[in-house]
Design a binder for this molecule. Structure first.
Ligand code: TXA
Ligand code: MG
Length: 319
């Protein structure tokens, strides 16, 4: 039986013994294990039913701890780290030999980030090893933003979910790699493109699945509810087109036009993209539990975090 608890010492005990613990971060909950313990890392892949080809993100508490793991730290990576860590940004950096190949799926780079969550940071500072942690959901499922989501996913295969409350940012970290020192965004996420550009200037974007076939967060279908989901430009028209079906709506903000439907969730009544991102997965979990025929999601404005949210909704909508 899985225990939901705020007991950090219990988490330290389990992780030190090579067991897994689900941990809170500011983005989503992670399924964490000691990067140097092969048993723990294999268990992460097994528990998630994740193919071994898909590398894991390593979580550290400081740049100092990170320096043990990476062979290169390009200038632009340093600027980004200074600007956004701790925070929802993951950097792909050339790894040192000490990082096990199982973590990186044989790649030369390791994905690393410093999470901005007091419980995660306290835990990382209390143990002598970094934590590998993919999002704590079964492969392709909706990422968990509450301890209860994780417990419902893994009722029997996990001992502890360390409870850190609801995740404040809500969608996964932005993933950035480097080619000859130039930054490439591989996954849109909690740090917007505008924010990145304000620190290092123009960046290229390779956020499409065909450029990263072995990266699940970049797969065409991912982050998906079990209920069929359509991402639409015009909700009213879409509701009309699906007349007779039980429909739930996922709307960005308060709207004067009310549309007849079974259920409706509003991501941010004041139209704030940050708040919408924080509420996205909770809304999808809740809508998925309603047993409606379909979810119609409204496309958000394509600025700031709106782009990251649209990216997740596009993948959730894929056949
Ligand atoms: O916000 C987050 O990033 C959360 C929290 C728990 O930190 N973690 C997360 O992990 O979203 P995961 O495993 O669900 O997504 C990590 C993505 C995957 O698409 C993986 O393929 C990619 O990062 N990735 C990891 N290491 C990589 C590497 N060396 N090169 C390219 N992609 C990599
Ligand atoms: Mg994931």
């Amino acid at each position: 039986m899985v225990l939901i608890s705020t007991d950090i010492s219990k988490a330290i005990e389990l992780l030190t013994a090579g067991e897994l613990v689900a941990i809170p971060t500011e983005t989503v909950y992670g399924l964490a294990g000691n990067i140097y313990n092969e048993h723990a890392i294999r268990k992460i892949f097994e528990t998630k039913q994740r193919p071994l080809l898909n590398p894991l993100i390593v979580h550290v508490h400081s740049v100092q701890q990170l320096e043990n793991l990476v062979a290169e730290f390009p200038e632009k990576a340093k600027l980004l780290a200074e600007a956004f860590w701790p925070g929802p940004m993951t950097l792909l950096l050339k790894k040192k030999a000490i990082v096990p190949d199982l973590i990186t799926a044989g790649k030369e780079t390791v994905a690393v980030r410093i999470p901005n969550h007091p419980v995660a940071l306290k835990l990382l500072e209390s143990i002598p090893f970094p934590l590998a942690a993919p999002s704590a959901n079964p492969f392709n499922g909706i990422s968990p933003t509450k301890a209860e989501h994780v417990a419902a996913y893994f009722p029997d295969s996990l001992a502890l979910v360390l409870d850190g409350g609801q995740c404040t940012n809500g969608i996964e970290s932005t993933i950035i790699g480097f080619d000859e020192g130039e930054a490439i965004v591989f996954r849109l996420g909690g740090i917007s493109l505008e924010e990145i550009k304000s620190v290092i200037g123009e960046v290229s974007i390779k956020n499409k699945n065909e450029t990263a076939p072995n990266a699940p967060g970049m797969l065409a279908k991912h982050y998906a509810p079990k209920t069929k989901l359509f991402l639409v430009e015009d909700l009213e028209q879409a509701v009309h087109a699906h007349k007779g079906k039980k429909i739930a709506l996922l709307r960005f903000t308060e709207n004067t036009t009310s549309i007849p439907c079974e259920h409706e969730v509003i991501l941010s009544s004041k139209g704030d993209l940050k708040e919408a991102a924080a509420n996205l997965y909770l809304a999808l979990h809740n809508l998925d539990d309603l047993s409606v025929d379909l979810i119609l999601a409204e496309r958000l404005p394509a600025t700031g975090l709106g782009k990251s949210i649209n990216d997740r909704l596009e993948r959730a909508a894929k056949e």
